[in-house]
Design a protein around this ligand. Structure first.
Ligand code: SAM
Length: 455
């Protein structure tokens, strides 16, 4: 479907001519061209490898992200396929994929994504942690946090916390303890003018002028959360130097304990003045929307470690263990805790929350009753449950399951309804039927549509 044409704001066009005189026409013309579409494969799903092999010779790789692919969004609709519900990929602007690469996360680190909703970069960070260490995904705007939590659940993240707190409050309670902190800042969003023309209408000079002040405050809070020797990455999806290079310059001037950290992303340009610790992408430069990234290194020294939450040992996990044995599940990473009749798996590293809103910490495993156990959806999405009910996609079973329907099934007991090995959710089989336990909020009635020819 063609999007209605919305002209670029006049004040924006004038500013681009002033700030980028040599390439303004190319950039402005490219902003009226077709957008780039990207999907990032989930390496936490062992079966995602099969998908990436299938995609490799059909669609192009994103040069700066080994898990990223371009697709033709006019022709194929991966967001409507059950693979998306199964967390096999995340749909993301290809340029945005570069940010987690610059953050350079390795398994075992403590990483804070300060402005995380809806979770594009947080899911990429979780992929890089590979289940080891801790991801804290924070979203200050409270009503945006549940979608972030749900996306991390879909992605199968076990070693994560989702919080909703003011960045200053996080700095107060946690201090300088994170190996990596990402500030994917709220910005004027000019880089989205092509992908989402409605953003052209929302843009005003006054709204754009309000951004740098907010970005400075955010970076100042973030700077207090990075451990000595750790790294801070700042990103925006705007072309405006006032929100990009000028902020970076201000940050280095006002934070003597930080140094610029040089990096390069294939196909990207350095900062406007040649800064090698900044990178720019724009639609006339490469295949992606407008994005900016900068990296800083906190000078070496010793940082106190953040207070870890102490968990009570789980005294009697008989019901859980009996259930998990039945599921053929391998030992789960983390700490098992019982809270009332609920079982929870917390990551090995868990931070004290000191009263801030925490929507998610590790994963809920389920609820035990007398002689039974009702598993939680999060557990199905870890992909670690062996007892599976393979859905026949061609026969419409995956769509029927996602619509909440009961399916014919000859087995007995709890099973994870799965498509090509990737989990969609729980079902309980008895008397020839699989009763559907997909949470009501995740059900959908549309029929999946990937593309004209199947992959
Ligand atoms: N990192 C996200 C992703 O990759 O999906 C996108 C983040 S978006 C660019 C910026 C986020 O900052 C939004 O979710 C927004 O709600 C949040 N935000 C808005 N105002 C904020 C503030 N004053 N402090 C912190 N975060 C804020």
């Amino acid at each position: 479907m063609n999007k209605p044409y919305i002209p670029l704001p006049e004040a924006f066009v004038c500013r681009i001519h002033r700030e980028f005189p040599q390439e303004a026409s190319l950039l402005l013309e490219a902003l009226d061209g077709p957008q780039s579409w990207g999907m990032r494969i989930n390496p936490l799903r062992k079966d995602a490898r099969i998908l990436s092999e299938r995609l490799s010779d059909k669609i192009d790789h994103v040069p700066w992200c080994s898990e990223g692919y371009y697709y033709d969004g006019e022709r194929i609709h991966p967001g409507r396929h059950p693979y998306h519900n199964a967390g096999l990929y995340y749909l993301q602007d290809p340029s945005a994929m570069a940010v987690a690469e610059v953050l350079d996360v390795v398994p075992g680190q403590m990483v804070l994504d300060l402005c995380a909703a809806p979770g594009g970069k947080a899911t990429a960070i979780a992929s890089k942690l590979a289940g080891k260490g801790l991801l804290v995904a924070n979203e200050y705007v409270r009503n945006r946090a549940p979608l972030l939590s749900s996306n991390l659940e879909r992605w199968g993240v076990i070693n994560g916390m989702v919080t909703s707190a003011h960045p200053d409050r996080l700095a107060e309670i946690w201090g300088e303890g994170f190996d990596r902190v990402l500030v994917d800042a709220p910005c004027s969003g000019e880089g989205m003018f092509r992908k989402d023309p409605a953003t052209r209408q929302a843009w005003t000079p006054a709204a754009a002028d309000a951004c740098p002040g907010r970005q400075k405050l955010l970076l100042s809070s973030a700077a207090r959360l990075v451990r000595r020797g750790g790294r801070l990455v700042y990103s925006t999806c705007t072309f405006s130097p006032a929100e990009n290079e000028d902020i970076v310059c201000w940050f280095l001037d006002t934070h003597p304990d930080y140094a610029p950290y040089s990096f390069s992303i294939p196909g990207w340009r350095p900062g406007k003045n040649g800064e090698t610790y900044c990178a720019r992408m724009a639609p006339h430069i490469g295949r992606g929307e407008g994005h900016f990234v900068a990296a800083f290194l906190r000078i070496e020294g010793s940082s106190p470690s953040i207070a870890r939450k102490k968990l009570p040992p789980c005294k009697d996990a008989k019901t859980w263990k009996a259930f998990w044995d039945e599921m053929g599940g391998a030992p789960l990473p983390g700490q098992l805790v019982q809270e009332g009749d609920c079982f929870h798996l917390y990551p090995d590293i868990l931070l004290e929350t000191h009263g801030i809103t925490c929507l998610r910490a590790g994963i809920p495993l389920g609820r035990a009753g007398k002689g039974y156990f009702v598993p939680h959806h999060s557990l199905a999405m870890t992909g670690l449950v062996c007892s599976q009910f393979p859905l026949d996609f061609g026969a419409g079973q995956a769509d029927a399951y996602l619509a909440g329907e009961v399916l014919p099934c000859s087995g007995k007991g709890w099973m994870v309804a799965s498509l090509d090995g990737a989990p969609l959710g729980w079902g309980k089989a008895s008397q020839g039927q699989l009763k559907n336990h997909l949470p009501a909020g995740l059900r959908r009635c549309s029929i999946s549509k990937w593309e004209e020819e199947p992959i």
